[in-house]
Design a protein. Structure first.
Length: 405
């Protein structure tokens, strides 16, 4: 006899659904009651959209300009294909990686994402607990909605602190010293937003939100895309507590390479530069004493280059020649994406929106499930390509077709 429920269950689990997002969404309703029911990270996207108010959703999902770079971050992966390898004993796999002498269970890193309480009341602490449960590195944003001390406590281990440089070095020094005193082992200085950006999707969605933004944001007319700390929407962020933020810029358009030395002079933390994409900048970073690089276009939210970060990894890795770790983020949604980046020379891979979808939908449990899903997909890619440890994933594990598929 025809069993409709059984058919829907069977159909919803089919990989064919990935090709039909609206169909997929139709059947997803009611099928995901708890985080463990989700089958891939996209399952969390529509659930999070329902849970998160429109203006905040716009902040999360926006790219810049016509969002070509946002799209390229996903499309770039189609350039690369996996090369399988059979008859390798893959009964024991190890996905762990080491960064600055600390071992993590997986090369997947939680990227700095600002204002996480805008997505779920647990905010960065929810993400930290998930990172602890699964043994992942977490990088905390300068724009965190919870102070670094509390987040480190929840993580129960070292995290990295993401630094917006501000345009006042005394303030920058205070932020860095506070992060170091709290126990952060590295500072990831973000350099891809020196002077603003054009986040149209965010503005459009803000206009559809009927809530009174002024009840939470000190200055609801402040420009979220080009934040000034003082007097704007960022004035009450915990990392700026006790700091005079009047007229303070979150970043500085006059920043040059000598900033890295100044930063190294005021901290013992490792200094990682986040937001490089070219071999020239990578070589400069090494020459100026950087301890690591994150290849990133801020998730398609900085310069509208039209390049996916996966397409930038190998030129950066080649320029670095293994001297410092190279991380990459932007558009990673599948374990095979992570595998491709590792094959192209990345040491680790960051995710932004996917874990926030998990957080928005189910708090800590959602973030944990996102990590489980991606780790499991990565393991399957490793099994299929006969790579038992992360270091065995090399250029020989993939093909660069030279064109997006
Ligand atoms: C809502 C949102 C807020 C972000 N906030 C920061 C931030 O405060 N500092 C930073 O360096 N990067 C920030 N990023 C960029 C992420 O660290 C990361 O580079 C990006 O999200 C990776 O791309 P993905 O979202 O496609 O995974 C943010 C990204 C998003 C989506």
């Amino acid at each position: 006899m025809y069993d409709r429920r059984a058919f829907i269950k069977f159909a919803a689990a089919s990989p064919l659904f990935a090709a039909f997002p609206s169909f997929r969404e139709t059947f997803q309703q009611g099928n995901i009651e708890q985080a463990v029911d989700a089958l891939d990270v996209f399952d969390f996207q529509s659930l999070a959209q329902k849970a998160i108010p429109p203006a905040h959703w716009g902040y999360l999902m926006t790219g810049v300009d016509g969002e070509e770079t946002l799209k390229a971050n996903r499309d770039g992966f189609t350039r690369y294909q996996l090369r399988t390898k059979r008859f390798v004993d893959v009964s024991r796999l190890d996905t762990s990686v080491e960064l600055f002498g600390i071992k993590f269970n997986s090369p997947i890193v939680l990227c700095p994402v600002g204002s996480q309480r805008a997505f779920h009341r647990d905010g960065e602490v929810g993400a930290a607990r998930a990172a602890q449960a699964k043994g992942h590195l977490q990088i905390l944003s300068t724009q965190t909605s919870i102070g670094v001390e509390e987040v480190i406590k929840a993580r129960g281990g070292p995290i990295w602190y993401q630094l917006y440089t501000t345009d006042n070095f005394d303030v920058t020094t205070k932020l860095v010293k506070r992060a170091e005193a709290a126990g952060c082992t590295a500072v990831a200085v973000t350099v891809d937003l020196p002077a603003g950006r054009n986040t149209e999707t965010m503005t459009r969605l803000q206009r559809t939100d009927t809530r009174n933004c002024g009840s939470c944001h000190e200055d609801a007319t402040g420009d979220l895309a080009n934040p000034r700390v003082g007097g704007g929407t960022n004035a009450n962020k915990p990392m700026f507590a006790g700091i005079n933020t009047q007229g303070l810029g979150l970043t500085s358009p006059s920043l040059t390479w000598d900033f890295i030395k100044r930063l190294k002079d005021v901290t013992k933390m490792k200094v990682v530069i986040k937001g490089l994409e070219t071999r020239e900048d990578a070589a400069q970073a090494v020459d100026h004493g950087a301890d690591g690089i994150v290849v990133s276009n801020h998730g398609g939210r900085a310069t509208e280059t039209g390049r996916g970060t996966i397409e930038c990894v190998s030129e950066v890795a080649q320029a670095v020649r293994g001297r410092i770790p190279v991380l990459v983020d932007g558009g990673f949604r599948r374990g095979t994406d992570v595998f491709k980046a590792l094959a192209l020379g990345a040491t680790a891979v960051g995710i932004g929106r996917p874990y926030i979808w998990g957080l928005g939908a189910f708090g800590q449990q959602g973030v944990e499930r996102v990590l489980d899903i991606l780790n499991n997909e990565l393991r399957l890619a490793m099994v299929g390509c006969g790579t038992r440890i992360v270091k065995e994933i090399t250029a020989a594990s993939i093909i660069d077709t030279g064109r997006r598929g």
